[in-house]
Design a protein around this ligand. Sequence first.
Ligand SMILES: Nc1nc2c(ncn2[C@@H]2O[C@H](COP(=O)(O)OP(=O)(O)OP(=O)(O)O)[C@@H](O)[C@H]2O)c(=O)[nH]1
Ligand SMILES: [Mg+2]
Length: 274
Amino acid sequence: MAKALREIKQKLNMVDIVLEIRDARVPLASGNRNLYEGLGQKPKLIVLNKVNLADEEIVAKWAEWFEQQGTPFFFVDCFDKSAIKKAVSMARQIVEDNRRSCNPDLLESKAKLKLMIVGLPNTGKSTIINQLANKNATKVADKPGQTQIQQWISVDSTIELLDTPGVMPPQVDKEEHGLWLSAIHAIPDDIAGEETVAVFIVKHLLARKSQEFLDRFKLESFDISIDDAFLGIAKVRGCLRQKGLPDLDRVYKIVLAEFRKGELGKTCFGLPPK
Ligand SMILES: Nc1nc2c(ncn2[C@@H]2O[C@H](COP(=O)(O)OP(=O)(O)OP(=O)(O)O)[C@@H](O)[C@H]2O)c(=O)[nH]1
Ligand SMILES: [Mg+2]
């Protein structure tokens, strides 16, 4: 964390604006206060990615909340190129407004816009860059810590991007936030353990009454125990061992993988603060 933060600060004077990529399912806890504060006066834009995996009603509440805070923000998903381009246009506008706030008579800058992309691991930083660059300029994978070093990517004559490794905050504010970040795979599974994360996800989906979850695993009702839910999943997916006992390790992996692909329903963790 300290090294990554130092490297980010070293490059600050080379960029016009910092895009902090967060996960739209966890809009506040997937931010990094230390990182954000370390950016000082540099213009910032919060980009909430993976909105295609998030609950639309709760996203609307968060949008209202960010509006009230006066924080520039933009919801995107990596498959929607036009939304990503709009986020970059918004970034350009913020930089322009900032430049002209000192001298309103300045003409619009024709210089290349340089953006630094920062955020927690696995939030989709490199994917967003590849979408803008129209090529696999930087490696992506559904696991935290894919990007290990900073890398400049030139999109065209108007935009240049700096990809950076994901940075975890030194600590999470609440234990619950650790589970949220594990569920979205910003934290590697071996930290909390696959069982803990899978149990958390299944409890969350049952409590939130995710119909997709129920239908996908042919479960009878939302009012079942966690053991019955895992047994039901094992039956449907052929993960039963001798004497009809579920092979829980396989079941946990199924839950984690399918939840992260959005196949168990769109969801968010937590609501905006009152
Ligand atoms: N469903 C969905 N998946 C996404 C979206 N954006 C990125 N992903 C997936 O999220 C995973 C992580 O993407 P990366 O771009 O490697 O994330 P990163 O932030 O660069 O990760 P690190 O380099 O580890 O910090 C990949 O499997 C992407 O395909 C999105 O908007 N929707
Ligand atoms: Mg990356």
